[in-house]
Design a protein around this ligand. Structure first.
Ligand code: SIN
Ligand code: CO
Length: 408
């Protein structure tokens, strides 16, 4: 059943800037974002029938909807070497990494294959809009939007993920089987991460517009039932504590470069004659303890700028095209008064209080007040329109525009 060709592409709406957090929402099965976070997020699975009501409505009217992106467009995207893609085949399990030549992708009707495309928010505005629905969850937790397209029987096999995911059915049907099993051992003889003993506990066939939320470590297997089955996965990320602390500590160590006071050498005019010459002198210990306190290196706040900067780094595969943004500074300022400047879909923006980090860099310190305000609006709404000072050419806003991190 190649329903795609008979259906109209679904045009997802952009979420409102102030998502109502306490109102029931079809996307979350009639729960409010607050209720969802309290009872399900990072805790238990949630199946939502009709998460996108437009699909059911259109079907009732005899004009079924399909994915916003056609199979041909997805195959074209899979050929781009800037896109992370994988082709997985079952029976037997094999996989290859992209870029994919059109010829190497089986036809939609061929059974037992799936193509996975990461970072799709940067490749199609519809994917970026779907991501906007999930901004009741902190941006720091968001990873990306992956799209899978499959032939009948296609899937990645029974497995578990270490992250939260919302699996949105966009075209054709997919059978999801899940289990809360604690045995998560993997089959050592396969090139893919596939569970050795998958014991199905629940099973559902998802139709276009349905959604399944899974917290980390729930065993699952999604099998395409129709040719051209598309599932859009909004995936989250969580770093290990080790990664967070190491990244914070490295950046903190680098920031000590800018403190001239620390260039002074250790001095110990108080050192007394010692009988334990091998021991680290008490003088060093006491003086270092004082330095740590003076520099607030014993306080979490001191680590947060480095950690926020780290979390705001874009995915390594993110691609920004600065060349496309060739406006002179005055034109940029004029344009900004007329048109909204938007964060590129793969630009990460995070706030630590009123300091804004964009793609790993502090954008607000030492900037004019209007530039800072523009960055705060960008971080909050992922867009900004308004006036900036005439000398905005030297601003971090113009620099980010030139780098392709911000786009009109
Ligand atoms: C898919 O095939 O779209 C699902 C990927 C997953 O289970 O993580
Ligand atoms: Co998975």
């Amino acid at each position: 059943m190649t329903s795609f060709y008979l259906s109209k592409p679904y045009d997802p709406p952009q979420a409102p800037q102030n998502l109502p957090l306490d109102r029931p929402w079809a996307l979350l099965g009639g729960k409010s974002p607050q209720q969802f976070m309290k009872s399900y997020w990072h805790k238990k699975p949630l199946l939502v029938r009709g998460a996108i009501p437009a699909f059911e409505l259109a079907k009732k009217l005899g004009e079924p909807l399909g994915s916003a992106i056609s199979p041909e467009d997805l195959f074209k995207i899979a050929g781009d070497d800037a896109v992370e893609s994988r082709l997985i085949q079952a029976k037997p399990w094999t996989f290859s990494n992209g870029p994919m030549k059109k010829k190497s992708i089986p036809s939609l009707e061929t059974p037992d294959w799936t193509l996975l495309l990461q970072g799709m928010e940067a490749r199609h505005p519809a994917a970026a809009k779907v991501l906007s629905w999930f901004r009741f969850i902190p941006d720091a937790r968001l990873d990306d939007l992956m799209i899978s397209i499959a032939g009948p029987g296609g899937g990645v096999g029974p497995h578990f993920d270490s992250y939260d995911v919302f699996l949105i059915q966009m075209s054709g049907r997919r059978r999801w089987r899940i289990s809360k099993q604690t045995d998560l051992s993997l089959n050592p003889n396969l090139p893919l991460k596939i569970l050795q003993n998958f014991k199905v506990e629940q099973e559902w066939d998802l139709e276009p517009g349905d959604m399944l939320y899974l917290p980390p470590h729930i065993a699952h297997d999604g099998i395409a039932l129709d040719a051209g089955c598309q599932t859009w996965s909004v995936g989250f990320r969580a770093q290990s504590y080790k990664e967070l602390l190491q990244e914070g500590l490295w950046r903190l160590a680098e920031s000590l470069e800018n403190i001239p006071e620390l260039e002074k050498r250790f001095a110990d005019p108080q050192q007394r004659a010692t009988r334990h010459a091998e021991q680290l002198p008490e003088e060093i210990i006491v003086q270092l303890a004082n330095k740590l306190k003076d520099l607030k290196l014993d306080r979490v706040e001191t680590f947060l700028p480095g950690i926020t900067a780290y979390l705001s780094e874009p995915k390594p595969q993110a691609y920004f095209d600065g060349m496309a943004n060739n406006l002179a500074p005055e034109e940029f300022t004029r344009q900004l008064a007329k048109q909204a400047l938007k964060a590129h879909p793969q630009t990460r923006l995070l706030a630590l209080g009123s300091v804004i980090y964009c793609n790993g860099e502090d954008m607000t310190s030492n900037q004019a007040a209007q530039i800072q305000a523009a960055w705060r609006a960008l971080a909050a709404n992922r867009q900004f329109q308004g006036s900036i000072p005439k000398n905005g050419a030297n601003s971090s806003l113009f620099e980010a525009f030139e780098a392709g991190w911000l786009v009109f």
